[in-house]
Ligand binder design. Structure first.
Ligand SMILES: NC(=O)c1ccc[n+]([C@@H]2O[C@H](COP(=O)([O-])OP(=O)(O)OC[C@H]3O[C@@H](n4cnc5c(N)ncnc54)[C@H](OP(=O)(O)O)[C@@H]3O)[C@@H](O)[C@H]2O)c1
Length: 344
């Protein structure tokens, strides 16, 4: 059985979706129908691909459409999500527009694939920083229960799309050429090249940013824990690909470093997690590791230790490729999950 697949959006996430579908040999009938705001040829996953201007007719006959467009009223899933589901396709959406809307499932396959039902064919994939955190902490939650999460993130420029990656690259070139650093305050508030910027997405009235509240709200929805206490500080750092997170957990019961590592090292209890935690040999995961072939679809966990400041506290560090597990791989895994469950 093969499926007719559409992709909307050809930024870094659309590119990785095209690539991951190929790598995983997802059964596609013909070639994917690739759409963006205007027609042209693009190189995706090292292949010349015809990109079509998105239109209603292109959704006809598609079985599943993976959305990697921009968000908001003029964005891809608001404009075309319903067109796709009305045409009979499943939608798997990287954007944030419908993640918290009732009736739309929000899925990380390692954690809550069972929340998918045929009642809603529009499935949302969470924010990149949420995905890697829930993959790392869901096994601990299942084992002993989590009462409170305090998370700080260190997020790559690619998390804000192609334009942000290019701006960072330009600043690196300017620095190397001994030129004054230029930047577009529409993307980053300050030059990102030798700095860390503690604002991702818009500020809200209470001083949090939208990115921080995505981590709070989405984590509660995915983990089925509406009352879980969560607070986040999200920071953009001068890295191209890969997000890191320092996570502090307050647990319902004691869990030693040894017990936590046993849980996280067990693939049956902790699918998608790879532990790199060897203090003797100074081994821990970093953003440079998460893009390596052997790790690129996993969440790397290290620096696991009991929190000395609170009862039943645990600290850990996690790293993942925001464009792959944080976006493209997660959506392709959801599509694979639909096939496995006979829903597609
Ligand atoms: N980057 C990450 O780490 C990450 C992680 C998780 C989720 N996401 C989400 O994934 C989505 C894509 O991210 P990205 O970084 O690849 O973004 P990007 O670099 O801005 O690329 C967006 C793509 O979407 C297309 N597009 C925009 N509006 C459209 C519309 N109304 N109809 C059809 N196509 C439209 C654009 O078309 P043109 O090329 O023709 O302009 C472009 O190809 C975003 O919603 C983002 O929030 C990103």
């Amino acid at each position: 059985m093969a499926y007719r697949v559409g992709i909307v959006g050809v930024g870094p996430v659309g590119d990785r979706i095209y690539r991951v579908l190929k790598e995983r040999s997802f059964p596609i009938e013909g070639r994917p129908v690739v759409m963006a705001t205007r027609e042209r040829t693009e190189t995706l996953a090292d292949e010349e691909v015809l990109v079509r201007e998105v239109s209603e007719e292109l959704f006809e006959g598609l079985d599943v459409v993976l959305f990697a467009g921009r968000e908001g009223a003029k964005g891809a899933s608001v404009q075309w999500g319903k067109v796709a589901t009305d045409a009979g396709a499943w939608v798997i959406d990287n954007g944030s527009d419908f993640r918290m809307t009732e009736g739309y499932s929000l899925i990380v396959p390692e954690v809550n694939m069972d929340a998918v039902t045929p009642a809603s064919k529009h499935i949302c994939s969470p924010n990149c920083s949420t995905i890697q955190m829930v993959v790392a902490i869901a096994p601990i939650h299942r084992a002993v229960g989590i009462k409170r999460i305090v998370v700080s993130t260190y997020q790559a420029t690619s998390g804000w799309g192609q334009a942000a990656m290019e701006e960072f690259d330009q600043q690196v070139q300017q620095y190397a050429a001994g030129e004054e650093i230029q930047w577009d305050p529409g993307i980053f508030d300050k030059p990102i090249v030798f700095d860390c910027l503690p604002r991702i997405d818009a500020f809200l009235e209470d001083g949090y940013t939208k990115e921080e509240m995505k981590m709070v709200d989405e984590t509660r929805k995915i983990m089925g824990a509406p009352g879980m206490r969560i607070t986040a500080t999200t920071v953009r750092v001068p890295v191209v690909v890969g997000h890191s997170e320092a996570i502090n957990l307050e647990l319902e019961a004691p869990l030693s470093r040894k017990e936590a590592l046993e849980i996280l090292r067990d693939p049956a209890q902790s699918p998608g997690v790879t532990v790199i935690d060897d203090t003797e040999n100074k081994k821990y995961p970093t953003q440079a590791d998460c893009v390596l072939d052997q790790y690129k679809d996993n969440v790397l966990v290290g620096r696991v230790r009991e929190d000395v400041s609170v009862e039943n506290g645990l600290n850990l560090w996690c790293v993942s490729d925001n464009l792959r597990k944080g976006a493209a791989t997660n959506t392709v895994q959801i599509a694979q999950g639909l096939v496995e469950r006979g829903l597609l």
